[in-house]
Design a protein around this ligand. Structure first.
Ligand code: ATP
Ligand code: MG
Length: 255
């Protein structure tokens, strides 16, 4: 039987009277590619923020592998195995591609990343391992040839991939992607779809928000549809596309 990795129970958040997410329930199975869709303002990013620890829910619960995690800080959820990317790209623009990934590993290194002068052999070894891991991750994501490029010089699509690489370097069990295909051209979207599948093949569960319906329908195992903070539907892409309420609220909107 499939094993649940993430469970969201009656998740609710109130922003001065507005229920941005309202008694939301869903479960994600280990190894799934799970989509969260809905019109602008439906509460998708807010849901991600509550799962990843950026926001504390007003009520409700989030469980990761049987452990309750709502109300944890982001560094805590990250340690437990949740890594994410952002709807608005959130990279260190004045750092190279490789450095952006090393910063991602910083919280996991015991001795800090660049101890200025007195490096013990243990620290040096740790640093070399971090660099190697960053390089392997960049290679895996197709950015190996760009390690010395400043992240601000990357194309928009490459910056989105770099965000994914930075999330991967923390060895997550669940990766959360907020509109990863936004601003990508069709070729970039195809390689993103391929990357997401390879991430899953590594045993990492994927939760993603995306407005590009062709992308979402082509890649996800199941989809939860949000509308005004509430769950409108949940099922396979085929089930969701055939749901009259979904068609009316969202898919029929010509997005
Ligand atoms: N920190 C906040 N304070 C007050 N209201 C907020 C806050 N964050 C989000 N909201 C509101 O909550 C609702 C849900 O926003 P959210 O960003 O989660 O939507 P979304 O589904 O991600 O939309 P989009 O597709 O445009 O990214 C919106 O009405 C938004 O204005
Ligand atoms: Mg959003």
């Amino acid at each position: 039987m499939a094993e649940t990795i993430l469970k969201v129970v009656d998740l609710t958040i109130n922003f001065s009277g507005l229920k941005a997410v309202d008694t939301l329930n869903f479960e994600i199975e280990k190894g799934e590619i799970f989509g969260l869709i809905g019109p602008n303002g439906a509460g998708k990013t807010t849901t991600f923020n509550m799962i990843s620890g950026a926001l504390k829910p007003t009520s409700g619960e989030v469980w990761l592998n049987g452990q309750r995690i709502d109300g944890n800080y982001m560094y805590q959820t990250n340690k437990l195995g949740i890594a994410r990317t952002y709807q608005n790209i959130n990279l260190f623009r004045s750092m190279t591609v490789l450095e952006n990934l090393l910063v991602g590993q910083h919280c996991r290194l015991h001795s800090g990343l660049f101890p200025a002068i007195f490096r013990t052999p243990k620290e040096k070894k740790e640093e070399e391992a971090a660099v190697q891991k960053a390089r392997d991750t960049l290679e895996f994501c197709g950015l190996g040839h760009k390690e010395d490029t400043y992240s601000s010089s990357l194309s928009y699509g490459e910056q989105r991939i770099l965000e994914i690489a930075r999330a991967l370097v923390s060895d997550p069990v669940l990766i959360i992607l907020d509109e990863p295909a936004a601003g990508m051209n069709p070729t970039e979207k195809n390689s993103l779809a391929d990357l997401v599948k390879r991430i899953r093949a590594r045993g990492i569960t994927v939760l993603l928000v995306e407005h590009d319906m062709k992308f979402v329908m082509g890649i996800t195992d199941r989809i939860c549809v949000l509308n005004y903070g509430k769950r409108l539907a949940l099922g396979t892409p085929a089930e969701v596309q055939a749901n009259p309420e979904v068609i009316e609220a969202y898919l029929g909107g010509g997005d």
